[in-house]
Write a protein that binds this ligand. Structure first.
Ligand code: KG4
Ligand code: ZN
Length: 333
């Protein structure tokens, strides 16, 4: 079964064709990063407009790269929540149009479920149940993936996401958007013990996270140095920040796996591309005899192949929609 999927929840306009949820036939991404760099983050209005400009061409390329036309597609998947509402609406309306004109079923797909499904594209052996750490720009969740379309959130951030913490810390150090990615790059070789940051804990909820205090601590370190006219060692500060974030992510995830009896852990979301998180998780899981699954780097950030993968399982579960499908800025997984 071939699914064409559309993704437009943030600043990538993407379309892809995936067969039976696992085999990527095409994966096209038009990134808007260059448009948002000067603002230091995504400007929703610009994002919507650029999606509208790019979506037709991106979809046509996804079909031609996969060597199919719309007639050879069995269903159309689309990200409908959560995300920037104006951006989501572009993808949802475009997918509705395609579905209506072609008579193919429309499959609404949750963005975080899709990030989890990114693992299925390169890990043929991965099947639920497993535990997944979902770390994106806006979300930080520990999710029990009980089945392809059945999820339970075991832990979540109570304030900022890990990605937001890294993005804003990076910005305070003068690094370009997307901060997390650039922070990872410049921090290679930095001393992760040069600056000591607190290990935030959340009262009463063992697996929850809190990253806003950490973000403020990093930003304050930068401001204090600049007020005193001191120069900062950006690689050291970046490495220390990444270590502080990664420590929370790995500790909580491994503790949850132990308590809930999971022997398989997956990573998902843009921050799962982080080199330290990947290395630390690999080492810790090996030590504990836990099997670790990570998406290929090209599937960590927003893309439509992961949407097509999840849409396949949603379709099998009967989760289709009609022309009244709407987009939602927030939605539980
Ligand atoms: O999943 P994603 O592409 O978009 C959302 O759904 O939010 O995640 C974007 C986030 C941004 O915060 C970006 O800085 C972060 O992923 N990111 C990274 C790395 N690559 C992307 N964070 C840390 N290290 C990276 N290598
Ligand atoms: Zn995402």
């Amino acid at each position: 079964m071939k699914i064409l999927a559309i993704e437009s929840s943030c600043d990538e306009t993407a379309a892809a064709v995936v067969e039976d949820g696992r085999k990527t036939l095409s994966n096209v991404i038009a990134s808007q990063v260059k448009e948002h760099i000067i603002y230091g983050g995504v400007v929703p209005e610009i994002a919507s407009r650029m999606h509208a400009q790019a979506i037709s061409g991106v979809t046509a390329k996804a079909l031609s790269d996969a060597n199919v036309d719309l007639g050879g597609i069995d269903a159309i998947g689309v990200t409908y929540a959560p995300g920037l509402i104006g951006a989501l609406l572009v993808g949802v309306n475009f997918a509705k149009g395609l579905s209506y004109s072609s008579g193919k079923p429309l499959v609404p797909t949750h963005h975080l479920r899709s990030h989890i499904a990114a693992n299925y594209l390169t890990q043929p052996s991965l099947e639920p149940p497993f535990l997944c750490l979902v770390v994106s720009g806006g979300h930080t969740h520990i999710v029990a993936v009980k089945d392809y379309t059945e999820f339970e959130v075991i832990g979540r951030t109570q304030d900022d996401a890990a990605g937001e913490c890294m993005d804003k810390s990076a910005r305070s150090m003068g690094l370009d958007y997307p901060g997390g990615l650039n922070l990872d790059r410049v921090s290679k070789g930095g001393n992760p013990d040069a600056y000591s940051f607190p290990r935030p804990r959340v009262d009463g909820s063992k697996y929850d996270f809190s990253f806003s205090g950490l973000k403020t601590a990093v930003i304050n370190t930068v401001h204090n140095a600049s007020q005193k006219g001191e120069s900062l060692n950006v690689p050291d500060l970046g490495a220390s920040c990444i270590k502080a974030v990664t420590r929370c992510l790995t500790e909580n995830t491994l503790a949850a796996a132990e308590e809930y009896g999971y022997k398989k852990i997956a990573l998902a979301g843009g921050v799962s591309a982080n080199s330290v998180l990947r290395a630390d998780m690999t080492a810790l899981c090996a030590k504990k005899g836990i099997e670790l699954f990570m998406p290929e780097l090209k599937y960590c950030g927003d893309n439509a192949a992961m949407v097509a993968s999840q849409a396949y399982y949603e379709f099998l579960s009967g989760n289709t929609a009609g022309p009244d499908l709407n987009a939602y800025a927030t939605m539980e997984i």
